[in-house]
Design a protein around this ligand. Structure first.
Ligand code: AMP
Ligand code: MG
Length: 517
């Protein structure tokens, strides 16, 4: 089955590292190094994404076969697969970090134009001081979240399968000197491409313009053919397109309350897809200052409200990397400038949709800002608030607070001044809705298409992880099924339309995550 499916256009077209040893090193003048996955001792398949199974043309029989298990755990390298790890660099937390690369991701080739990659299949020349492995907890998080994001309509890399390796992996989860063994796991990830900003930055940083051009031309030809043949103008259009896609992706994150957690340039997809699900989290109480990543606790560089700025900062780094091919800063600067104005417009329009407003009025900005202030000041659950708001009746603004009562985390602590600000807001919202031509039902339907009912709340993923650690994998499938239809009511799953329980407020994995995956 796999023999006829796999192609290797990436490695056939692009220059590779002539050194075939799996030793950690600086790799020059190459986009990738060939490297095989390590053997796992007792692999087992925990879950397969039905959509990706179909996308890659695997039958139900196929996925039950030993061949499939061997494939998605890297236990067998099929004769027509030439596994490889990519060389890339990156700016981490604002500083150039030099060569990083796929330290624990091994690419197997392409199926139906989808690149397939195993995360956690062993070390590569880019593993630096780490082991190339992944633990079950972070693999469940990546597996469930990347599929959930797709169903939310957020551009993302996908996942085909989640497997256990049968091996144990040593991790210091909180970086506090308490290491423990955890179950090893592998996610097979799928994407049209796993190229990141860092793939281009590494060549520019090394002044290897020849290979920079080779990689950019390959990217254009393979992933942006509509932009035309490589030329300076096409490179500029390419940068414009990556800028647009990056902005659109981040607007989607803001819409659903997703915080990536590690927006380093090595985690920015050149296709504008959400990539590398590590210490990400979902907003519960609405808070622009929130980040789930404890490693970033001090500066909160990657906090929710800063994601759009960081997207721009990262695009500056990409612009610098592409500059040697364009040799004219002006058009790049113009594009970067336009990101700011486009962000304002797109972000306001996104918020209008969340509020069920079809018309664009200047005063909407004040309404939106007042709302954001209230949401924050009263620790209000973002998902529950917007979903319940679709039931708001403009004839009864006085019922507004009661309507969203379930979204307040600590109702007894909300001060009277905040409550009166809420009342004022509902009055203003009711007035504003009178400018709209839509009926109650139309507005409700439109709002429920952009305000999900179900997201992968941090504690939900953690519950699936805790159960899985004790050998019960059923919640993985339950959440996977639930999150396939995030905008639908699903009355049988109403228990997941609830605030984070108090036990999860300060629990590791629920509100605090580190990069130790
Ligand atoms: P991240 O910020 O998690 O995307 O990872 C940053 C860099 O560290 C990438 O080059 C990863 O491949 C590498 N890395 C992270 N975890 C491991 C690991 N367990 N083994 C080897 N490399 C890793
Ligand atoms: Mg990464």
């Amino acid at each position: 089955m796999l023999k006829s499916k796999l192609t290797n256009t990436f490695t056939e077209i692009l220059p590779g590292d002539p050194n075939l040893e799996n030793s950690r090193r600086q790799v020059l003048e190459a986009v990738y190094s060939f490297v095989n996955p390590i053997q796992t001792s007792n692999p087992s398949l925990l879950h397969v994404s039905k959509e990706m199974q179909e996308e890659l043309d695997f039958s139900d029989n196929d996925i039950r076969s030993k061949e499939f298990l061997d494939f998605v755990t890297g236990n067998v390298v099929f004769p027509n697969s030439k596994p490889y790890a990519m060389c890339y660099g990156g700016h981490q937390f604002g500083n150039w970090a030099g060569q990083l690369g796929d330290g624990r991701a091994i690419n197997l080739g392409e199926i139906n134009h989808w690149a397939v990659q195993l995360k956690g299949a062993g070390s590569t020349p880019y593993s630096r001081s780490a082991d190339g492995l992944a633990v079950l907890r972070s693999s469940i998080r990546e597996y469930l979240c990347s599929e959930a994001m797709h169903h939310l309509g957020v551009p993302t890399t996908r996942a085909l399968s989640l497997s256990l390796t049968g091996d144990e992996v040593l991790r210091d989860m909180l970086y506090d000197g308490n290491s423990a063994y955890e179950k090893g796991a592998i996610v097979s990830r799928v994407s049209p491409s796993f190229l990141r900003f860092g793939n281009y930055e590494i060549f520019a940083a090394r002044n290897d313009i020849k290979n920079l051009k080779t990689l950019v031309d390959y990217t254009l030809k393979t992933h942006f053919p509509e932009l035309g043949k490589p030329s300076k103008d096409t490179y500029i259009s390419f940068f414009q397109e990556v800028t647009n896609r990056t902005l659109d992706m981040i607007i989607h994150w803001q819409r659903v309350g997703f915080v990536h957690g590690v927006m380093n340039t090595d985690n920015m997809s050149i296709l504008g897809l959400t990539i590398d699900y590590g210490p990400y989290g979902w907003l519960e109480g609405f808070d622009f200052g929130w980040t789930p990543n404890t490693t970033d606790r001090q500066h909160k560089r990657y906090r929710y409200g800063n994601q759009p700025n960081i997207g721009l900062w990262n695009l500056y780094q990409l612009a610098n990397a592409l500059y040697p091919l364009i040799e004219d800063a002006k058009p790049l600067e113009t594009i970067l400038e336009s990101y700011k104005t486009n962000f304002e417009t797109k972000s306001q329009n996104m918020m209008r949709l969340k509020l069920g407003l079809a018309k664009e009025l200047d005063s909407d900005i004040d309404l939106i800002m007042a709302l954001e202030h209230n949401l924050h000041a009263s620790e209000t659950d973002m998902t529950i608030f917007f979903r319940k708001l679709s039931e708001f009746q403009k004839e009864h603004p006085e019922d507004g607070i009661q309507l969203i009562q379930d979204a307040f985390y600590v109702p007894s602590e909300i001060k009277d001044t905040i409550l009166s600000q809420w009342n004022q807001w509902f009055l203003d919202y009711a007035t504003r809705l009178k400018d709209e031509d839509t009926s109650y039902d139309q507005r409700r339907e439109q709002m429920n298409k952009v305000n999900p009912k179900y997201v992968l709340r941090n504690y939900m993923a953690q519950m699936a992880i805790d159960k899985a650690d004790s050998g019960d994998y059923t919640l993985i499938d339950e959440l996977y099924q639930l999150l396939k239809k995030p905008y639908e009511e699903q009355p049988n799953s109403a228990q997941w339309f609830a605030k984070r329980p108090e036990w999860a407020r300060h629990k590791v994995g629920c509100s605090m995550l580190s990069c130790s995956s």
